[in-house]
Write a protein that binds this ligand. Structure first.
Ligand SMILES: CC(=O)NCCS(=O)(=O)O
Length: 332
């Protein structure tokens, strides 16, 4: 891809890497997450159907996936625009928008937000997890899927001329389904043609990140230009984390701001606090992985926007970076 080579492809066109500024590598600005709805606990049906109000915020923070309206981030374009303006004021430059086919990618909205806020937005090509694959997607060959992903980057996606700049987030479940394996192989083939970065959403099991990387590797993917997302809810044991890090992908802690006692998608998971995330990063830095770490908030529901009492897109810049600086270098 000679035109794009060495550049960053945003929804408004190509920029130099030096223009990116501080970048959140895993966010959503508009999407729907109905595919992950969790039925409310008996007795909570009223809360789950009630409008979002201050008095319900704690319940919502603990049960974000049980409130149907909370899963419709696509209804909050104005609030997201305000947030992006604050993000710029806080020193933010760019956002990688990870919404792929299956969770309502909206490229015209991303282009509008980029124009109106000055934040560089990089859109994601490809497909989310199996439950969102259409019958048509399931029937496609790896070659057809590859062509579509390549076209989303080279020509534009969803019937528009707006081009994606990365592949992902590519969704995988646990165990990885046959349809997801095809998409992973197509992702690797598209990456070989394009040379662009890939972002993977792993299933909620400690074996999931390694298995996804193995499939990409076998299909010829460039692991050094691949991001493994959501490690903060997936890999907890330090030795297992180091084993995974050795495979060579970027290591992404992208759920900053999420504090939840019972993680409904895997009740065995103890979702870490932000302090624990910072400690995990300090560990990786001590082990020599400073250049392989990426961080973000992965905002994908309404309640995490400041409009609804959430932490917003500036939480890392305003709160996490000062916390890290107060801890000093891990070797100090
Ligand atoms: C949009 C998305 O996939 N976010 C990740 C949610 S999860 O609970 O960490 O899988």
């Amino acid at each position: 891809m000679p035109e794009q080579s060495g550049k960053v492809q945003t929804v408004l066109g190509l920029i130099e890497p030096g223009q990116l500024g501080r970048t959140m590598t895993h966010e959503h600005l508009t999407m729907t997450f109905e595919c992950s709805h969790v039925p409310p606990a008996p007795g909570d049906e009223g809360l789950a159907a009630a409008p979002i109000e201050m008095k319900h915020l704690h319940w919502l923070q603990q049960n974000p996936y049980s409130h149907s309206e909370n899963l419709l981030l696509n209804q909050e374009i104005e609030a997201v625009k305000e947030e992006l303006l604050c993000y710029r004021k806080a020193g933010g430059g760019s956002i990688v928008e990870n919404t792929t086919t299956g969770i309502t990618r909206n490229l015209p909205v991303l282009r509008k937000l980029a124009k109106e806020t000055g934040v560089h937005i990089i859109a994601g090509a490809g497909y989310y997890v199996d439950v969102t694959h259409s019958d048509e997607t399931r029937k496609m060959t790896v070659e057809k899927l590859t062509d579509i992903i390549v076209s989303e980057v080279l020509h534009g996606a969803d019937g528009t001329d707006i081009r994606c700049g990365v592949i992902g987030e590519i969704g995988t479940s646990w165990p990885i389904t046959e349809s997801e394996k095809k998409v992973l192989r197509a992702t690797a083939h598209a990456q070989t043609q394009l040379g662009c970065p890939v972002i993977i959403h792993p299933g909620r099991n400690k074996a999931a990140p390694g298995e996804a990387i193995r499939i990409l590797q076998e299909a010829g993917g460039n692991i050094s230009k691949t991001v493994m997302s959501h490690l903060d809810r997936t890999l907890f044991d330090q030795q297992e984390l180091l084993e995974f890090a050795k495979m060579g992908s970027y290591l992404e802690y992208d759920l900053f701001g999420t504090e939840m006692l019972n993680y409904p998608f895997n009740l065995d998971v103890d979702m870490p606090s932000d302090s624990q995330r910072v400690q995990a990063l300090a560990f990786l830095i001590r082990e020599g992985y400073e250049d392989r770490i990426l961080i973000a908030h992965d905002i994908h529901t309404k309640h995490r926007l400041t409009k609804y009492g959430g932490h917003g897109f500036s939480h890392i810049l305003k709160n996490i970076v000062p916390k890290m600086l107060s801890r000093g270098k891990p070797t100090d």
